[in-house]
Design a protein around this ligand. Structure first.
Ligand code: AMP
Ligand code: ZN
Length: 111
């Protein structure tokens, strides 16, 4: 989508340093980190939210990617993944993304 900030990142229209990239997804650091490690994994194909993903195989690749990115970031033994769906659940960018947070004790439930 042309007005989607995460599509712009995935399409290299933004000067965002990528942690990793495959044919299916890119990962990069959150611009407003809520933990010492706070990365985002996004599919290159635009889906507004988790509810709009029909490609389960792609979702599996993203989850595999989360594991590999956590390992690359050196936090594979302790990290949190979050997918916010809907504004009231905290979703601000309507291009589906998986947060990876780590590097400090993370309370549960998050509030
Ligand atoms: P959510 O609230 O789940 O939609 O998460 C959106 C996340 O995207 C927030 O944590 C923002 O800090 C982050 N974000 C927004 N714009 C950018 C950007 N240009 N580069 C990196 N992270 C961003
Ligand atoms: Zn998008």
């Amino acid at each position: 989508m042309s007005d989607c900030i995460f599509c712009k990142i995935a399409n290299k229209q933004m000067d965002t340093k990528l942690i990793t990239e495959t044919d299916d997804y890119v990962a990069f650091n959150d611009i407003s980190p809520q933990a010492p490690i706070h990365a985002l994994v996004i599919p290159k194909k635009h889906f507004s939210s988790l509810n709009d993903i029909e490609d389960i195989e792609l979702m599996g690749k993203l989850v595999q990617g989360v594991k590999e990115i956590a390992e690359k970031l050196g936090v594979k033994d302790n990290y949190r993944t979050i997918i916010n769906t809907g504004a009231e659940a905290g979703q601000a960018v309507f291009h589906m993304h998986i947060h990876i947070m780590a590097g400090r004790p993370l309370l549960w439930p998050p509030g």
